[in-house]
Design a protein around this ligand. Structure first.
Ligand SMILES: O=C1O[C@H](COP(=O)(O)O)[C@@H](O)[C@H](O)[C@H]1O
Length: 248
């Protein structure tokens, strides 16, 4: 069940500089099903209009139950292309790779028929992986699913990275990221990430978050409006709007 009341203070007399819609769910179950149903609806609508539908996904851990639920949706999955918004520089069969999460939790059941564009492959260099991503990225996607760390990073864009200015201004949809020194990046400092220019190809944006710490992170990000301190704010750039789905 959805409750659209926003916990983030907002003066309705002021135009909202960072547009988002806050969907608060009571439990992990309702969060999971609401997100999966919304994504399936977007895919179904696109497949009714076009030969193929494209979906951009995050990794990490949070979206796994949503992907498992989505995998059971009765769609013509053979016409669906799945790509990542970011990847750690790991081979796709590494359990810490975002590709691994997608393979384990989405590319199964009905969705086993979907076509997946893994960014990393054995023998592919980082530069080749970024070129591969950019070669496929300039086409409309029904939605981009974003995650967020407690530090406010999204995709592989971490707060305070020296390269953020360049990334945020990039005309390329994907770039290589050196996240050395960013505590939230863990041991995976080499990464590939979508840019705001890449996200602009998504017709809808979902931010899937859980827990009070991430709710507080999101509140601080919105209050600050500083995208370099809170890269999650890239989800609100442009006029698409960000659907934030939260559960405790
Ligand atoms: O490193 C990453 O982290 C974020 C957030 O992950 P979570 O485990 O806190 O859900 C994720 O969205 C991103 O794809 C991933 O590369």
């Amino acid at each position: 069940m959805l409750d659209d009341s926003s916990p983030v203070p907002h003066d309705p007399a002021q135009p909202q500089a960072t547009p988002y819609r806050w969907h608060e769910h009571r439990s992990l179950d309702t969060w999971t099903w609401a997100c999966a149903v919304a994504l399936a609806a977007d895919l179904r609508r696109e497949l009714a209009r076009r030969p193929r539908a494209r979906l951009l996904l995050s990794g990490g851990t949070t979206p796994a139950p949503v992907y498992r639920a989505l995998a059971r949706a009765p769609l013509d999955w053979a016409r669906v292309d799945i790509a990542l918004v970011d990847e750690r520089w790991l081979l796709p069969n590494d359990p810490d790779a975002n590709a691994w999460l997608v393979r384990q939790h989405l590319l199964r059941d009905n969705a086993a028929a979907a076509r997946f564009e893994s960014l990393t492959q054995p023998g592919r260099t980082l530069e080749e992986a970024v070129a591969f991503a950019n070669a496929h990225a300039r086409q409309s996607a029904v939605a981009a699913v974003l995650g967020m760390g407690e530090d406010g990073h999204t995709a592989s864009l971490f707060p305070g990275l020296p390269a953020l200015d360049r990334v945020l201004a990039s005309k390329q949809p994907y770039v290589a990221i050196d996240a050395s020194g960013a505590p939230g990046a863990g041991q995976w400092s080499k990464r590939i990430s979508v840019t705001p220019a890449g996200l602009a190809y998504a017709q809808a944006r979902f931010l899937l978050i859980q827990g009070t710490a991430k709710r507080e992170t999101f509140r601080q990000a919105v209050a600050s409006g500083d995208v370099k301190r809170w890269p999650v704010l890239i989800g609100m750039e442009g006029d698409v709007g960000l659907d934030v789905h939260w559960c405790p």
